[in-house]
Write a new protein. Structure first.
Ligand code: ADP
Ligand code: ZN
Length: 531
């Protein structure tokens, strides 16, 4: 068998220069690679764009044999293999997209020792035939990419990952390296436990992404706000816009196109040909905007994504961090922008209540949402809050590159406003036996004689019109923050508002309710944003 151009058993440093053409290692890459090359197991937590791939590709080249990379990203394997081959690395993959002949070629190369790197879909390792095949080959290292997929409560859980502990049992002498960009303590622990890597050395890189500017604005007219954001700050830039539903994805992409911004949709409801086309256009073209559900993005390596925008609230801080992390992998200034409003909170709470999961699942989903809401409503530095969430100490109290640092939000004493909202709900329930959603409650407070107000005689309530001191947008802000703080809850398919146990302390004047002031103009000054 012909030796590869790349694999020559050189040192890690030498391989970095010769094969990948880079001058030096980044961050902890060198320590990780040295550890794995010398046969140690490693669990690596590194943010998206941090450079995880080299951490297993170089050991695969330096150690004798084939490096086996387990990855759930079947759609990207061909691209990854092509990229490695272009560098002279002998790479191949095995997954369900191949026919019998193609797979046989790869198997033969593996057995002949002609592969430096083999990408493998996790479901293949359930098959005895695959395990036997690997037993007949010489394996240099096992890399388990996107290792958080083993975490049963995570949003990317893949049952096949649970079988990966077999690797340590069958190949006790082959080092294993598990990698993920998801960083919470709990996920970390689950990876170590479920992959049975108790002795693995832990490498935790900083999760700070200083070049990403975090901004969360109150949602009023989301599509228009998005358009202004794009026109003022990211004209001609490549970026991703995330929406919750396929429908919203389609409508937003059409809207942007109609406004002269080149945008394509991406969601699981599109046929695979269209999805592949839009993905490859995004990777290859300059300045294309992809409007997508969260189905888009995992494993996509495009360095110059200049912005990630959310038109709907992510379900967790982990999701938010991972999605926004796709911006600015090249280290250049980038923006993570989100529009967030009352309807998001109502919708997400409803989704959780209506979900199929058991009580434990719902509790966990609710606590994930609460953390996300806390990030949205904070008056402190968003970056500091993010890093603290991931168990990392922020280096400074304020970063100077998020909206709350650039334009510190004002707070106000919302105790009386909160009491007005809560007592309106109490009255409707006690006096009329009725429950309503936020819209009707706010109309009552504002003293509006809408058809629905007249129909229900709500203008006869003693609380009718007691809230004329605030504008509608401000009331929506009050209700949203009460929901976020757990002082109010939503119920049922119509999202009606109900009190919580904590509401009583507000009505009984035992506690104050500091609220974040709704900014008159949501935008951060351009100069500051570009800073
Ligand atoms: P991750 O998998 O952690 O998201 P990648 O491995 O895809 O990150 O790396 C992100 C980008 O950084 C890639 O374009 C990669 O080529 C580049 N990169 C990684 N390590 C280095 C390095 N030591 N020097 C220069 N560029 C690097
Ligand atoms: Zn900040």
């Amino acid at each position: 068998a012909a030796p590869g151009v790349a694999a020559s058993g050189g040192s890690a440093q030498e391989t970095l220069h010769r094969v990948f053409g880079y001058d030096s290692f980044r961050g902890e890459q060198e320590a990780i690679i040295d550890h794995v090359v010398s046969g140690g197991d490693a669990v690596v937590l590194m943010p998206t764009g941090g450079g995880k791939s080299l951490c297993y590709q170089i050991p695969a080249l330096v150690r004798p044999g084939t490096g086996v990379v387990v990855s759930p990203l079947i759609a990207l394997m061909q691209d990854q293999v092509d990229a490695l081959r272009a560098l002279g690395v002998r790479a191949g993959f095995m997954n369900s997209t191949q026919d019998f002949d193609e797979r046989r070629v790869v198997e033969a190369e593996l057995l002949a020792g002609e592969l430096d790197v083999l990408y493998l879909a996790p479901e293949r390792l359930r098959l005895g035939t695959t395990l036997d095949l690997l037993s007949r080959a010489r394996i240099s290292v096992f890399a388990i990419d996107e290792a958080h997929c083993v975490a049963q409560w995570g949003h990317d859980f893949r049952p096949d990952y649970l079988t990966l502990s077999v690797l340590g049992e069958r190949w006790p002498d082959v080092p294993r390296i598990a990698l993920t960009a998801t960083a919470t303590e709990a996920t970390h622990r689950e990876i170590t436990q479920r992959l049975a890597m108790p002795d693995a050395k832990q490498f935790v890189a900083s999760f700070d992404r200083p070049n990403i500017q975090y901004r969360i604005v109150p949602k009023a007219e989301p599509k228009k706000q998005l358009l202004t954001f794009l026109k003022e700050e990211h004209e001609g830039d490549a970026g991703i816009v995330y929406c919750l539903s396929r429908n919203a994805v389609e409508r937003t992409a059409e809207f942007l196109c109609a406004q002269g911004i080149e945008a394509v949709p991406y969601h699981a409801g599109l046929d695979s040909g269209t999805r592949a086309l839009h993905q490859s256009r995004f990777l290859r073209e300059d300045g294309l905007v992809v409007v997508a559900t969260i189905a888009f993005g995992m494993g996509i390596d495009k360095p110059d994504v200049r912005f990630v925008a959310h038109l709907d609230l992510p379900k967790s801080v982990e999701g938010y961090y991972q999605e926004t992390g796709r911006a600015g992998r090249d280290g250049m200034p980038s923006t993570a922008w989100m529009a967030y409003g009352l309807q998001d909170v109502v919708q997400q709470r409803k989704l959780i209540q209506g979900s199929e999961g058991d009580e434990a699942f719902r509790r966990r989903a609710a606590s994930h949402l609460d953390a996300m809401l806390a990030l949205c409503e904070t008056v402190q530095c968003r970056r500091a809050q993010l890093l603290t969430y991931f168990g990392q100490d922020p280096t400074a109290g304020s970063c100077g590159n998020c909206d709350t640092c650039l334009t510190p939000p004002e707070t106000w004493d919302g105790t009386v406003a909160a009491q007005k909202v809560l007592s309106t709900i109490v009255r409707l329930q006690r006096e009329r036996g009725q429950k309503f959603g936020a819209g009707q409650i706010i109309d009552i407070l504002l003293g509006r004689r809408t058809a629905k107000i007249i129909q229900f005689d709500h203008d006869q309530l003693s609380v009718f019109g007691i809230g004329e001191d605030l504008a509608e947008g401000e009331w929506r802000g009050v209700v949203r923050q009460l929901l976020a703080q757990g002082l109010l809850a939503v119920e049922g398919e119509y999202g009606t508002l109900v009190l919580t146990e904590a509401s009583g302390s507000v009505l009984g004047r035992q506690r104050e309710v500091p609220l974040r002031k709704e900014p008159k103009k949501a935008a951060v000054a351009r100069s500051a944003a570009k800073g």
